[in-house]
Structures are given as C-alpha cells and as structure tokens.
Unconditional design. Structure first.
Length: 262
C-alpha cells in the first residue's frame, strides 16, 4: 500500500514531545512549517540568517501558547565548520536529541542558459541549496540517532526531477537534493530509526516564487500555511517506515520506494 502524506489528517497533538529544527524558518514555507509544527505540539529550533525575522516567528509561537522555541542564527552561505558544531552543541545541551530536521532554506540564483550562467552565482546556489544541507545533516546526525523516531525532510522541486531550460544552478541543486535523499535513506535504512524523504511544496505565495515568476498573479497562489498537512505527516508518526521517497504537496505523484522497516 502506498503512502500519501496529503491524505493524513494531523491530530492536534501530532508532534507532541518532538524537537524539530527548521532551516529558512524566518519566512515563506519555512515560517509556515515552524508555526504548524509548534501548533501541533513540537518544540522548534528556528534556523535562519536574520535574527529579527526569527524573533518574529518566535514571538508568534509564544503568542499561540505553543511549546517554547529556540532561535539559532546561521547563515548557510558563510557558515564555517565551527558554526555548525556550535549549533549541534547547543541543541545537544538543551534538548539532548533531535526528532526532525526540515531543510527549507534555499536561494534561486538566476534564470539563465548554462552557456551564459554566472559561475560565482552557480557556486553560491549549489553551496546554499545542497552543500550546506549536506553539512548540516552530517553534523546533526548524532542528535537524530538519539531519537527513537526521527525524520529528515529535504525540500525538492519539479525542476529537480526533470531538467528544465534556464533553471540552471537551482534546478541542478534540487537534482542533488533528490540524490542526497535517496543516498542517505539507503545508508540509514535498518541501522537507525531515521527516515529521510523529500517534499516539493509546489506553487505557493513566497518571495522565491515571486522572483522566479514576477508577472504571476499572487491571488492565484496558495498561502504556505495551506500546504502544511504533508509536512506534519512526514515529520510525525504517520510516516514511520516511509523512507527514500519524494512527494508533492499539491499532487499525488511520488517517486522512490517504501522501506520495509517498521
């Protein structure tokens, strides 16, 4: 039987007792994920590069009487190894484990043909969208292994599944995310209680979508908050045993395989 995270109706306490870290938590999809997870009982580690924006999310969580969140300022473009290590140490000291990790932070770069693509921009996009996600996952794996039921969720895109002209480094970075998801899932299967999946939020009213499609009617796009059920399903107990998969928030398409692990 196939698993469809869109079909899961999350309970109010779906994530109660879980500690979940979200990158790019200050805006757009990341902010919506953080708020939704907190509303369903999770303790949040809000990761982003702008302290003021993270504080606003923190305040919104507190105003909703949700579990206390923690702010972690980390610029994925400039962070060094010691910055990643410091974040892992802080989470270890405060929570002793991590039950969920949502990789949402990303940059678009530029839409241009490969022939004319700016090389420094290419390197920057690949670093933020792919290499930093790898590095952060690697440093947080011991904390995820300390959980009895952990979930790593990477953000993917349709342009990372089939190449599309002019999407350049962004599209290539999402191809890399798909590969990273499958590779890590295969490595952890049957040796750790960690499932690894990718989720494509699709069209949404975000700053990045506006960058990519400046003439698009904003009213035609769903608010990020309306897309949260699949995130909650993939971070919570409903998706136990599901790993190495790639899902869509706004369609039933899925790729990959279901793990045999219970």
């Amino acid at each position: 039987m196939s698993f469809d995270p869109r079909a899961v109706v999350p309970r109010p306490d779906e994530l109660a007792g879980r500690v979940i870290a979200v990158t790019g938590a200050s805006d757009g999809i990341g902010r919506a994920v953080a708020l939704a997870c907190a509303q369903h009982g999770a303790q949040l580690v809000l990761i982003g590069r702008t302290a003021v924006k993270l504080q606003a999310v923190h305040d919104a969580i507190a105003a909703a009487a949700a579990p206390t969140a923690t702010i972690a300022v980390l610029d994925l473009e400039t962070a060094l190894a010691r910055d990643y290590d410091a974040l892992a140490a802080a989470i270890l000291e405060r929570y002793s484990r991590l039950d969920g990790l949502v990789h949402n932070a990303a940059i678009l770069g530029m839409l241009a043909p490969i022939e004319h693509y700016d090389v420094p921009t290419w390197c920057r996009v690949l670093h933020v969208n792919l290499t930093a996600a790898f590095a952060l996952t690697q440093v947080l794996l011991p904390l995820l292994k300390a959980s009895q039921d952990a979930s790593v969720l990477f953000t993917t895109s349709t342009v990372g599944r089939r190449g599309r002209a002019y999407w350049g480094a962004y599209g290539v970075s999402k191809f890399g995310i798909e590969g990273l998801t499958q590779t890590l899932a295969a490595e952890l299967e049957n040796i750790a209680a960690i499932r690894v999946n990718a989720l494509n939020p699709g069209r949404a009213r975000t700053h990045m979508r506006r960058q990519a499609f400046p003439s698009e009617e904003l009213d035609s796009l769903p608010e990020p908050a309306t897309l949260m059920s699949p995130y909650l399903a993939l971070l919570g107990p409903a998706s136990r045993g599901v790993t190495g998969m790639s899902f869509d928030c706004q369609s039933k398409r899925r790729r990959g395989r279901r793990s045999a692990r219970a």
